[in-house]
Design a protein around this ligand. Structure first.
Ligand code: 13P
Length: 248
């Protein structure tokens, strides 16, 4: 049996009370009974609103980041327990925008993944190479290094994580990896997971980077692409719903 796919929206730093409500109501109206798991990852201040609108629906929700610390004097940070209080099922960790603009290291991302699992939250661990790294034929080495740090930290819980392959050059650029390019990297990640867990087939490996209503079906048809992490297209209900419908 193949695993249930996961289509997760990453709203990034977008939205507001009114826009979120309109988007979520449109998603609730159109989502029906999806064959994939569906989630939206909202900015932290809106998680209560999202919980209020989505609780009891087929759509889950999550955060876009979280602290590696449990609690205490970490001004501005949001803990896993706080996310859990607001019903988050997922937390994205190690998004390339966090790695690039906030200096997040492999070790920090691994600590966040570990902390999420300890709190009963599924970390969506992002990995991906930059254009320079791809051109230097470093893609495999980079994604393997990023995932290895997480596997090392979460050890026997490796089968509980979600991985998202997001080539940095494809994020927000309109340049999608071809299905073949994405599948090639996903296969590498699957093999790495297979060496770390007896149930590599349980780990969903999502593709992210300019995934949209037009290209989703061909990406999701690849054997090792188990869903999508959607940025821009997750802010438009019809587009996001079309991607959800393409995942079965
Ligand atoms: P875009 O879909 O806007 O390229 O963003 C992808 C992404 O970074 C999701 O986390």
């Amino acid at each position: 049996m193949t695993i249930k796919k996961l289509i997760a929206g990453n709203w990034k730093m977008n939205g507001g009370l009114a826009a979120n409500e309109a988007l979520l109501r449109a998603l609730l109206t159109g989502v029906g009974q999806p064959s994939a798991d569906v989630a939206v990852c909202a900015p932290a201040p809106y998680l209560a609103q999202v919980q209020g609108l989505l609780a009891g629906s087929p759509i889950d929700w999550g955060a876009q980041d979280m602290s590696a610390h449990e609690q205490g004097a970490y001004t501005g940070e949001v803990s896993a327990a706080m996310l859990k209080d607001f019903g988050c099922r997922y937390a994205i960790v190690g998004h390339s925008e966090r790695r690039q603009y906030h200096g997040e290291t492999d070790a920090l991302v691994a600590a966040k993944a570990q902390r999420a699992l300890a709190a009963g939250i599924t970390p969506i661990v992002c990995v991906g190479e930059t254009l320079v790294e791809r051109e230097a034929e470093q893609t495999e080495a980079v994604v393997k290094r990023q995932l290895a740090a997480v596997i090392h930290a979460v050890a026997h819980c490796t089968s509980e994580i979600v991985v998202a392959y997001e080539p940095v050059w494809a994020i927000g650029t309109g340049k999608t990896a071809t299905p073949e390019q994405a599948q090639q990297v996903h296969a590498v990640l699957r093999a790495q997971l297979a060496a770390a867990t007896s149930h590599p087939e349980r780990v969903r490996i999502l593709y992210g980077g300019s995934m949209n209503a037009a290209n989703a079906a061909s990406l999701l048809a690849q054997p090792d692409i188990d869903g999508g992490l959607i940025g821009g297209a997750s802010l438009k209900a019809p587009d996001f719903l079309q991607i959800v419908a393409a995942a079965h």
